[in-house]
Design a protein around this ligand. Structure first.
Ligand SMILES: C[S@@+](CC[C@H](N)C(=O)[O-])C[C@H]1O[C@@H](n2cnc3c(N)ncnc32)[C@H](O)[C@@H]1O
Length: 312
């Protein structure tokens, strides 16, 4: 028994990953194997001294005391093998919360990349939910599957990974109007909107995660032009750690400055027109390129869109 099962019991088991942290905060991650030893220049730790015991203990290696804890999901995703760049824990938490991913939901996701977001989604939907993931690259899908199996302690029978592009595969695999939530983390989510609008049930949430302002603009404008979605909401999340030591309480000097932008919208019922926007954009916001790009704004070719002086 490893992964989620032993995590619930608070016991360390063979096959579990354990983080050993020394007094200076330096960390080693080991995978517990009966009879094995972990060697450092300070001494030796017998894996057997941890197996079967509780999480959150201290162990001595030579004269140094280490804290032994199994990694939480946020720790794990930042240290696991990567194919593609992962969604950071602050953004996964936001996606799960703001897209209202609930226990028992059927969630469609693309791309899988290294599987970081997939693991948060699997946690959120629980055993009664279903996660249908799509990934173009077979090598990334394998890395993601292995990462998730190592963390959960085995395969997840409510998780499927389909190889190929979401926009080509989605409707064949997932019946129409059956998905509660769709989460896209890819270069060009706007290419998937037709397929997503067929798969999402009315009222269902689409959440896109994109890295740049140009992608965000193109995604939002494509959502608007599609006619199947509510007015999108966009934001980014900045998490700043704080140093708290007695009266020395201040923001930490370093932080992860930028990861990506999030954008959510909801599927309208068939035949329903999006309500008119109360605040119409001013004419200069779009420029002439819009007509040429088929209704999709192109801020690269249309730099005035990015000029803050022109914002309404
Ligand atoms: C940034 S990575 C995803 C990272 C992942 N969310 C994670 O947390 O580990 C983007 C992935 O999307 C895949 N991809 C891009 N376009 C796609 C599409 N249309 N359908 C399916 N997968 C796609 C890429 O191959 C890549 O693996």
């Amino acid at each position: 028994m490893t992964g989620e099962a032993t995590r619930r019991r608070g016991l360390m088991a063979e096959g579990d990953q354990v983080q050993l942290t020394d007094p200076k905060g330096r960390m080693h991650t080991i995978t517990l194997v009966a009879g094995k030893q972990f060697h450092t220049h300070k001494g030796i730790l017998e894996h057997d001294s941890l197996i079967g015991g509780p999480d959150g203990v201290t162990v001595a290696i030579g004269a140094t005391t280490y804290l032994a804890l199994r990694p939480l999901l946020p720790d794990y995703v930042l240290s696991m093998p990567r194919g593609a760049q992962v969604v950071y824990p602050k953004d996964s938490a936001n996606i799960v919360g703001m897209a209202d991913v609930f226990p028992g939901a059927h969630v469609v996701e693309a791309g899988v990349g290294s599987g970081a977001l997939s693991m948060s989604l699997l946690r959120a939907i629980g055993p009664t939910g279903r996660l249908s993931s799509y990934e173009r690259r077979a090598d990334f899908a394998e890395i993601a599957r292995a990462n998730a199996e190592r963390f959960f302690g085995g395969p997840q029978d409510n998780w499927s990974i389909t190889l190929g592009s979401l926009q080509d595969e989605l409707v064949d695999t997932d019946s129409v109007n059956q998905a509660d939530r769709v989460v896209l983390d890819m270069l060009a989510p706007w290419e998937c909107l037709d397929a997503v609008s067929k798969a999402l049930r009315p009222g269902g949430v689409l959440c896109c995660y994109v890295a740049t302002t140009t992608q965000l603009s193109q995604t939002v404008e494509a959502m608007r032009s599609s006619g199947s979605f509510t007015e999108p909401q966009s934001w980014e999340t900045m998490a700043r750690g704080w140093h708290v030591e007695g009266l020395a309480v201040r923001p930490q000097h370093r932080m992860v400055g930028h990861t990506g932008f999030l954008c959510t919208t909801r599927r309208l019922a068939d035949g329903v027109e999006p309500p008119p926007r109360r605040r119409r954009p001013s004419k200069g916001m779009y420029g002439e390129r819009l007509a040429e790009t088929g209704g999709v704004a192109d801020p690269v070719a249309d730099p005035e869109r990015l000029d803050p002086a022109r914002l309404p």
